[in-house]
Design a binder for this molecule. Structure first.
Ligand SMILES: [Zn+2]
Length: 303
């Protein structure tokens, strides 16, 4: 490991990282990259690596996907610590955090329709007095910037006037991604988040929730996304091919090379455990510095 050594002040109190997929389909090469980068960064810092299934949106989910994702992670040698957490079992915890924000005056009920908002951000408590059929929103500062230092992307700033008061709980009941992620990351003691740059725009909203809940912000590293031939992100929505489990060494080697790590030729056909052992001891996340998108290897792209 040549990134921050274990004496780094960033690591006081240890390292806990995670991979947190939504169970909308099987793992594909793009999601393997996020899993692998977060795993390697955690293990290279002698850290814990947790897996959390973000199953808060049943209509979008595939009931077989969670089991398939976990099976594939294990087949690739990506063994997690502790038991897998499922967000669907965490409603009481999200409710408690919402109530905390309400009592602080930082969450308010809202019945504004999409039509009323007309695509613009919501700004300011709309003083809705209804008790049913309401969304709960976070009261976001109406102006200014939120900036943070990403380990790979450097200083990254968001204009708060464009964010507006974001939803914590939707009108039809489901918890928002932002609230659930922050509650679980706090509750699970997450110190480092390694994820795709497609989620970097969520970071300011999540950081505002950390501030409101008076919790320290984790360190973020947003890795580039893998691109299809047409320049779109490799994703379930774009029908990326599910990962196979009969060519694991070749796929892991390709994933490591994509992450700019270069396993020696003699190891490229080695079992997953050996390849991962090499990758943990040679992990250098800085090789992805400033990268926002890289083409996926040809065999993982659609025609
Ligand atoms: Zn409103």
């Amino acid at each position: 490991m040549t990134d921050s050594a274990s004496s780094s002040p960033l690591l006081q109190g240890g390292y806990t990282g995670r991979f947190a997929p939504s169970p909308t389909g099987p793992l594909h090469f793009g999601s393997l990259l996020a899993a692998l980068a977060s795993y390697l960064d955690a293990r290279a810092h002698d850290g814990r690596w947790l897996v959390r299934i973000e199953d808060l949106d049943p209509p979008r989910e595939d009931p077989t996907a969670a089991a398939s994702i976990l099976h594939t992670l294990e087949a690739y040698g990506l063994h997690w610590d502790g038991s897998v957490r499922y967000q669907s079992g965490r409603h009481a915890a999200y409710q408690q955090r919402l109530e905390q924000l309400i009592s602080q005056g930082l969450a308010f009920p809202c019945q504004c329709s999409r039509k009323q908002l007309a695509g613009k951000p919501h700004h300011g408590n709309c003083h809705c007095h209804a008790t049913e059929d309401i969304a709960w929103r976070f009261l976001c500062p109406a102006q200014g910037e939120y900036c943070f230092d990403d380990r790979l992307q450097g200083r990254w700033c968001e204009d708060l006037s464009r964010i507006g008061d974001f939803v914590l709980q939707r009108r039809d009941g489901p918890w928002s991604y932002q609230l659930a992620v922050v509650c679980d990351d706090i509750d699970q003691g997450m110190t480092h988040i390694v994820r795709g740059i497609d989620l970097i725009d969520s970071t300011a909203r999540q950081a505002l929730l950390y501030q409101a809940l008076e919790q320290p912000l984790p360190q973020y590293a947003h890795i580039p996304v893998a691109l299809e031939n047409n320049g779109q992100k490799l994703s379930k929505q774009n029908l990326a091919r599910p990962l196979r489990t009969d060519n694991i060494s070749a796929t892991l080697t390709a994933a490591l090379q994509w992450l700019q790590q270069s396993p020696p030729a003699g190891l490229q056909q080695a079992p997953a455990g050996e390849l991962l052992q090499w990758a943990v001891s040679h992990w250098d996340i800085r090789r992805l510095n400033g990268q926002q998108a890289l083409p996926a290897p040809v065999i993982f792209r659609r025609d």
